[in-house]
Design a protein around this ligand. Structure first.
Ligand code: ATP
Length: 316
């Protein structure tokens, strides 16, 4: 049984190959994207076992994602293929100046139909960590109920819950998202807020204050992601600022947070200190920025070690 279990939606991603407004894009690359599946692949690449619970459409994109996750070595025994709803899709526009935009076609997707009965309690109970994100509860009321059920099961059998709030204002309104996310945060053991979403969730700006407030809510470890500044990682006894690795060129800004979470949980699985786990997390986040695509960017253990030690990988 996997050491780490996660649950969430993975979509087919069509990335425009040339910059400009999507309406003028004629060529696309087919990739896949999903916060939780990226996290699961990150864990496996670093040498641990991970399982992914989800629903996919029984369609070409669903079969692609399933094969890809299986090929990456993630346990997919808990993924259901749904013949009545499609796999979600999103299109990625590219801009040379300004923000790139994503256009989502995920309403009523197979994953949005996930329900509490999809979860086998035994599967979660045999893991050490359950990793969830705030994207899933935004997908539908039954997805919210599924996340709550997964958390309840983990709590009952002593599995640690790690949670990335991943506030996505394209998916739900702030007024609804904030109370739901704060409620889920209260049940989490390890929390991965980004600085911007933390400011929205708590109305607080100072990193130290943010970490303190989250610790008061319930989590025993808070890893506050500070982008190019690294992370502030804390528990009830200590607070360590872990500086970022320097990144020469950002090729793709997405997915750093999921890689970061995979790095930190790997460190905790291996009994490392907060500072050591935070260094692995920062290295994972930095490496995620250098390659297009989320899963494509995740390093294997030897690549991570080479990067962290400052030794370039010998390729010939
Ligand atoms: P996303 O939701 O886009 O995946 P996030 O907002 O959850 O990201 P970030 O703070 O952007 O999280 O990035 C996560 C981690 O990645 C940071 O804590 C840091 O370790 C690393 N990182 C991000 N940006 C940079 C950068 N410019 N230089 C070095 N490291 C970075």
């Amino acid at each position: 049984m996997p050491e780490v279990v996660t649950l969430g939606e993975t979509l087919a991603v069509l990335v425009a190959t040339s910059p400009g407004p999507l309406r003028y894009s004629t060529h696309f690359e087919l990739r896949t994207g999903g916060a939780e599946s990226t996290f699961a692949v990150g864990i496996v690449r670093l040498g641990h076992s991970a399982g992914w619970i989800s629903r996919l459409g029984d369609d070409e994109f669903g079969k692609l994602i399933l094969a890809m996750m299986r090929g990456e070595g993630v346990d997919v025994s808990q993924v259901k293929l749904d013949s009545e709803a499609p796999t979600g899709v999103f299109f990625k526009e590219r801009r040379e100046a300004g923000e790139s935009r994503n256009y989502y076609y995920r309403q009523n997707s197979a994953a949005s139909k996930m329900k509490p009965e999809d979860i086998d309690p035994q599967y979660i109970c045999s893991a050490k960590y359950l990793h969830l994100t705030g994207i899933t509860p935004a997908l539908s009321p039954s997805c919210l109920a599924t996340v709550e059920r997964a958390m309840d099961i983990a709590k009952e059998c002593g599995v640690l819950i790690s949670f990335d709030p991943n506030l996505r204002l394209k998916l739900w309104k702030k007024e609804r998202a904030i109370p739901v996310l704060l409620n889920l945060i209260r049940k989490a053991d390890i929390l991965f807020p980004g600085i911007e979403e933390a400011q929205i969730l708590l109305g607080e700006n100072e990193p130290e204050k943010i970490v303190e407030r989250f610790l008061e809510l319930g989590p025993s470890i808070v890893a506050l992601k500070l982008g190019s500044k690294g992370a502030l990682v804390a528990n009830a006894h200590q607070e360590v600022y872990v500086p970022a690795f320097s990144v020469e060129r950002i090729v793709d800004p997405f997915g750093a947070g999921d890689a970061f979470a995979a790095g930190l949980i790997t460190g905790l699985l291996e009994g490392l200190s907060l500072e050591e786990a935070g260094r692995i997390a920062n290295a994972m986040g930095a490496l995620a920025l250098g390659v297009t695509g989320n899963i494509e960017a995740l390093p294997y253990r030897d690549e991570l070690i080479a990067f962290m030690s400052g030794n370039p990988t010998i390729i010939s």
